[in-house]
Design a protein around this ligand. Structure first.
Ligand code: NAD
Ligand code: TYD
Length: 339
């Protein structure tokens, strides 16, 4: 199989490249990534070159680069992970989200059609369904009601992908996964930010009352689901990806668990002004994926979070280099006014 991974230097994309190397070693992999603030070549350096992976530094919005890559590739699968992915950044400025997530997806879909890509897997998020109260879960038939510029741009790209499938008969599948965590996650997202701040004896900035709920999936379970969907999923279909209710945790509980595991005091938690339009709870029903393809998560949250904390303890250099760079400007802008 020849496969293209967009956004392969980011958190989930780089975990997916490593997952392929271990579980689908016969696949020939190419990656396109423009190494934005969230892309880090180091994440896949060991896989590139002698590791077998071909790396192309390029913007998915650049029709010329994308067409050239796809024309020469004869790709069986295109896994589309590249995106602007951080809700807080989308609140500070929506333009890059519309550009990469909507325009970039259109460029890829059009080039995939022109160049005969076998199957296009559009990797999306449960956030497109919007926020839930304390009960209930979204199915693939639930209406899209995104509430942040990030989720609105992802919903736009989902609809484009499904429209291309319907209009042109392209082989396209959309996946919608819950919140991921694990190694190589950029340290401005909730779990890696809180783990690394705790390791540095810095405050943990908990938004609002700390009782917003997220459903946490280990990144390797997401990667396995995406591969299984590519190999056995139905064309033109949406698949939710997520564990059951036992994977749902209020943010405060996760913060306390991280501190307790690191032997730190809960006084490090600092309640700060809430995120604008903060979604209260996300939850998906992944029955379709379970019943059709037999997928279920292999990593319990309680084990995965401990492994992830250990990874950040053992890979201090990786995140210290990031935190000392451009990341700092975002940190000041986002947290400077939160009181
Ligand atoms: P990330 O921000 O860590 O990585 C995104 C990658 O895309 C980076 O390597 C970045 O350099 C690259 N990229 C950004 N703009 C690009 C452009 N214009 N051209 C080429 N490359 C570009 O994000 P992530 O957390 O790994 O998320 C990957 C995908 O999974 C996204 O589509 C996201 O919406 C989706 N998703 C993420 C989560 C989560 O919890 N992180 C959950 C569900 C779905
Ligand atoms: P995040 O990792 O940004 O993912 P998303 O908003 O896409 O779910 O945030 C996860 C949860 O953690 C969300 O409810 C917001 C909260 N949060 C904080 O309380 N403090 C923080 O500094 C961050 C980044 C997030």
């Amino acid at each position: 199989m020849k496969v293209l991974v967009t956004g392969g230097a980011g958190f989930i994309g780089s975990n997916f490249v490593r997952w392929i190397a271990e579980h689908r070693p016969s696949w020939q992999v190419a990656v396109i990534d423009n190494l934005s603030y969230a892309g880090n070549f180091e994440n896949i350096a060991s896989c590139v070159g002698e590791g077998g992976v071909r790396f192309v530094e390029g913007d998915i919005c650049d029709r010329g680069i994308v067409n050239k890559l796809l024309a020469g590739g004869s790709f069986d699968y295109l896994f589309h992970f590249a995106a602007e992915s951080h809700v807080d950044r989308s609140i500070l400025g929506a333009a890059p989200f519309v550009q990469t997530n909507v325009v970039g997806t259109e460029v890829l879909l059009t080039a995939a059609r022109a160049n005969g890509v076998g199957r296009f897997i559009h990797v999306s998020t449960d956030e497109v369904y919007g926020s839930l109260g304390e009960t209930g879960s979204f199915t693939e038939e639930s209406p899209l009601m995104p509430s942040s510029p990030y989720s609105a741009s992802k919903a736009g790209s989902d609809l484009l992908a499904l429209a291309f499938a319907h209009t042109y008969g392209q082989d396209i599948i959309v996946t919608r996964c819950t919140n991921n965590y694990g190694p190589y996650q950029f340290p401005e997202k909730f779990i890696p930010l809180f783990v690394t701040n705790a390791l540095e004896e810095k405050e943990l900035p908990l938004y609002g009352d700390g009782l917003n709920v997220r459903s946490w999936i280990h990144v390797t379970d997401h990667c396995r689901a995406v591969a299984m969907i590519a190999e056995g999923g139905r064309s033109g279909t949406v698949y939710n990806i997520g564990g059951g209710l036992e994977f749902e945790k209020p943010n405060r509980e996760v913060a306390e668990l991280i501190l307790s595991h690191l032997g730190k005091d809960t006084s490090l938690i600092r309640y700060v002004t809430d995120r604008l339009g903060h979604d209260r709870r996300y939850s998906v029903d992944a029955a379709r994926l379970r019943h059709e393809l037999g997928w279920s998560p292999l990593v319990a949250f309680e084990r995965g979070i401990v492994d992830t904390i250990s990874w950040f303890q053992e890979n201090r250099q990786w995140w210290e280099r990031i935190k000392s760079g451009a990341y700092r400007d975002f940190y000041r802008q986002n947290y400077g006014s939160r009181g």
